[in-house]
Design a protein around this ligand. Structure first.
Ligand code: SF4
Ligand code: SF4
Length: 450
């Protein structure tokens, strides 16, 4: 749909409830509502968390849809170019896109090395534009807008008037049949686990997201617009132990054993990009309880986890400490002053960590080697529970009440035109049985897709 005016594009994207599907959850319409000129639209296909295979599959299976949507966006925003960035090793995706992109002179592919992390917007923007986003800034400060691959795929459907009702999720690890599946929003993780044939072990930990940046969840947790992966780990897996660590113990441990070797700083990707972030200093200040000027540096941490999962010889977690400090500073309404940035470190290239080293360090080789099936057929569900708030910003306002009959795709809750947030649609047909901070719909899903 080339030539669609930006206002119309934004309106369609907002009406469909599109949000960052890679985990960020920022409402896409708001990303595009900017007075800052956009030079480059970057599609983030790095998918650098080991084990996840959502974006790779979408790029390999739907290159035409993705490129058409990107071309429409580039023309609508007046950007100079649209770039799909993906790892060199995603051969199927690369072949599919390379064939289809020839008819789009404004679009290009950008191949990324297989290092972790690579999908961080700051690292990606630098890799593509050569411009460093100022510390605390956004890709727009380098003239870029970054969207995830699945977000672009949803945007393609939004332009045709189809709202976001489903999510692609990879479920892998200790399951019988690892797979990437398209499932209705609002089903519990337990249902996805059943789809994957069930766990291989009785005692297991569920991690939502990827193995490096995920968060432990229960089997009752719901699939939302931002769920990208579910990793199932036996409780005695070393990575499961890492996820179950207690922050207070962590701080005590840090006080005893942090030797200030600086390895965490040496490998920190944000530090190497020239950010004034030195996790070893934050550790020192935090463990000694200092109200140190260093602490606000924590706000620049992406929580990639390279420091604790890879760099620290004692498995200490500057990431956890940064997370705690960030939460405290945000609670206090702390506003950092202008940061003193430097240029990217000359050591940066040599200190990038190959993904295979991370996989090996995390004990994930066994899971990484397993084939991951792909499944898009509609599944029958008896009930979906759709949390109203599935994005950054405010929750949308329900427009349905208990007792209403709805069809998949119907509007359930609406966000105001100028309010940050995203509207919500029914992922399954049935009867609305409750409306509170979630909307519950009972009865089976209709067959047929969008
Ligand atoms: S790598 Fe570990 S021991 Fe070394 S400074 Fe960082 S937290 Fe301390
Ligand atoms: S998690 Fe660690 S390595 Fe990653 S940005 Fe934060 S301090 Fe740096």
């Amino acid at each position: 749909m080339p030539g669609m005016p930006l206002d119309e594009l934004i309106e369609k994207i907002a009406a469909a409830g599109v949000v960052g599907a890679g985990g960020g959850g920022f409402p896409t319409a708001f990303k595009l509502k900017t007075k800052t000129p956009i030079a480059t639209i970057i599609i983030n296909g790095a998918e650098c968390e080991p084990l996840l295979q959502v974006d790779q599959e979408l790029m390999a299976r739907y290159p035409g849809e993705l490129l058409a949507a990107l071309a429409t966006l580039v023309r609508g925003t007046g950007a100079q170019t649209g770039v799909i960035a993906l790892k060199e090793k995603y051969h199927n995706a690369q072949a599919a896109l390379a064939g289809a992109i020839k008819t789009y002179p404004d679009l290009q592919l950008h191949l990324l090395p297989d290092v972790y992390p690579m999908g961080d917007e700051h690292l990606l923007t630098y890799s593509i534009t050569g411009q460093v986003i100022p510390p605390g800034g956004l890709p727009l400060h380098a003239g870029a807008v970054v969207l995830n691959v699945e977000t672009l795929y949803n945007l393609h459907h939004a332009l045709a008037g189809q709202p976001v009702t489903h999510k692609y999720v990879t479920i892998t690890g200790a399951v019988r049949r690892p797979l990437t599946a398209r499932v209705p929003l609002g089903i519990p993780v337990a249902e996805l686990l059943t789809l994957a044939g069930g766990p291989l072990r009785e005692d297991y930990l569920l991690i939502a997201g990827g193995p490096c940046m995920g968060k432990p969840v229960s089997s009752n947790a719901l699939i939302t617009k931002t769920t990208k992966g579910i990793i199932v780990l036996p409780l005695d897996h070393p990575l499961a132990a890492t996820y179950r660590r207690d922050l207070n113990q962590e701080l005590k441990l840090a006080l005893k054993v942090c030797c200030q070797c600086q390895q965490c700083t040496d490998f920190c990707p944000r530090h190497l990009l020239g950010r004034p972030l030195e996790p070893h200093r934050v550790m020192r200040a935090a463990t000694y309880g200092l109200a140190d000027v260093t602490l606000p540096q924590a706000l620049l941490c992406s929580e990639c986890g390279l420091c604790d999962l890879y760099a620290c010889p004692f498995n200490l977690s500057p990431r956890q400490v940064n997370r705690k400090i960030k939460a405290e500073l945000q609670q206090q309404g702390f506003k950092p002053g202008p940061w003193q940035a430097t240029n990217p470190s000359p050591f940066r290239a040599g200190r990038q960590v190959p993904t295979k080293s991370i996989i090996s360090r995390l004990g994930l080789k066994e899971y990484y080697a397993r084939p991951v099936a792909f499944q898009e057929e509609e599944i029958n569900v008896q009930e979906v529970r759709l949390p109203l708030k599935q994005s950054a910003g405010a929750a949308p306002v329900p427009v349905v009440k208990a007792g209403d009959r709805v069809q998949a795709g119907d509007l359930l809750a609406l966000i105001g035109e100028n309010t940050l947030g995203a509207s919500l649609h029914a992922s399954s047909s049935g009867t609305v049985v409750a409306v509170n901070d979630s909307i519950i719909i009972k009865e089976g899903a209709i067959r047929g897709e969008r």
